[in-house]
Design a protein around this ligand. Structure first.
Ligand code: FE2
Length: 290
C-alpha cells in the first residue's frame, strides 16, 4: 500500500493542485494531511474542498484552529492572515450548505490519530507530546534530552508537520545504552547536503524504516504551501508498506514545482481591492522557500 503524507498547505491551492496531480501518477491509495490546510495563503476555501475530497485522514493544525477560534501567540502577519481567513470562511460559496460543511469539517478535525488504525503509526501536526503546537526542528536532533521524551510517546513512527522542514529523525537502538538519535534532511533541489555534526544531515530522497530492528522514526514531509528549507518546490512524502509486513516499509520524499508567482498575484489582488490583511511578504517568501 502506498500512502502519501502531505502537510502545511496554508491555503496555497496552486501548490496543492500540482502535488495532487503528482500523487495521482504514483499509484497512491490514500492521502493523509497533517494539518494547517489554511492560514497565510489566499485560497482557503478551495484548499479545504480539495482536502475533503482527496484525503482519507486529516489532522488539526494550529492555523486551522486559530482560523476557527482566535489567533493567539501569532506574529502580526499570521494573526492578520488568520483574521482574513476567518472572514473568507464565512462566505456562503457556492451556498450556505457548502460553507457549513467546511466549518464543520474544520471544527471536528482530530489532533492525533493512528494511520489506518495501526498503532505503530501516529499522525499529529506538531509533536507526539503536544500534537498541535510543539515544533521539532532539525537542530533538536542534537539533544537526547529534547528527543527522548518525544520518541518515548509513540510506538514506531510519528508523522508530523508544523516546522515546514522535511526530514527524518531516527532513533537507533543500542544494547543497554540510550538510543542514538540522528536527523536526515528530506530531499531538496539544492542536492545532497554536507555532514551535520554528530547527526548525518545528508539530503535523502528514500529511507527504509527498519521497524523490524526496533528503530523508531519521526517523519516530517515538509510543507506543500510554504516550504522553509530554502527550496520553493512543494514538499511531500510517500510511505510504501507491504500488506503482510514481510518487508520493512520504505519512505520517499518528493518535491513538486508549481507557479508560486500566481499565489503572490492573488495576494496582491486582494490588496488592490482594499483588504491589506495578507502581507505581501507571504507571497514573496514562496519564491525563496523561506
Ligand atoms: Fe504550518
Amino acid at each position: 500500500m502506498r500512502i502519501a503524507i502531505i502537510s502545511d498547505i496554508h491555503a496555497n491551492v496552486f501548490a496543492l493542485k500540482a502535488v495532487l496531480e503528482d500523487i495521482q501518477s504514483k499509484d497512491v491509495q490514500h492521502i493523509v494531511c497533517l494539518g494547517d490546510i489554511i492560514g497565510y495563503g489566499p485560497d482557503p476555501i478551495e484548499c479545504i474542498d480539495l482536502v475533503q475530497e482527496h484525503c482519507t485522514l486529516t489532522l488539526l493544525g494550529n492555523h486551522d484552529f486559530a482560523c476557527r477560534t482566535e489567533p493567539v501567540n501569532f506574529n502580526y502577519m499570521a494573526r492578520d492572515a488568520a483574521l482574513w481567513t476567518q472572514d473568507r470562511l464565512e462566505l456562503a460559496y457556492p451556498d450556505e450548505q457548502a460553507r457549513d460543511r467546511r466549518l464543520d469539517f474544520l471544527d471536528t478535525l482530530p489532533v492525533r490519530r493512528m494511520l489506518n488504525d495501526d498503532s505503530r503509526y501516529l499522525c499529529v501536526h506538531g509533536s507526539s507530546r503536544h500534537p498541535t503546537n510543539e515544533y521539532v526542528f532539525p537542530d533538536d536532533g542534537f539533544s537526547v534530552e529534547r528527543m527522548k521524551p518525544l520518541f518515548d510517546r509513540f510506538e514506531a513512527v510519528c508523522f508530523e508537520g508544523h516546522t515546514h522542514w522535511p526530514g527524518v529523525f531516527v532513533s537507533e537502538p543500542r544494547d543497554g545504552d540510550d538510543p542514538v538519535y540522528s536527523f536526515y534532511r528530506g530531499l531538496c533541489s539544492e542536492g545532497r547536503q554536507g555532514s551535520f555534526s554528530s547527526g548525518a544531515m545528508a539530503g535523502i530522497d528514500r529511507i527504509v524504516l527498519r521497524l523490524s530492528e526496533g528503530a523508531k522514526y519521526i517523519v516530517n514531509p515538509g510543507s506543500i504551501g510554504q516550504p522553509r528549507d530554502g527550496d520553493s518546490w512543494a514538499s511531500w512524502s510517500v510511505l510504501e508498506s507491504s500488506d503482510d509486513d514481510s518487508t520493512d516499509p520504505v519512505l520517499t520524499f518528493h518535491r513538486t514545482n508549481y507557479d508560486w508567482m500566481r499565489v503572490r498575484e492573488r495576494i496582491e489582488q486582494f490588496r488592490r481591492e482594499g483588504d491589506e490583511r495578507l502581507d505581501p511578504f507571504l507571497g514573496e517568501r514562496l519564491g525563496m522557500g523561506r
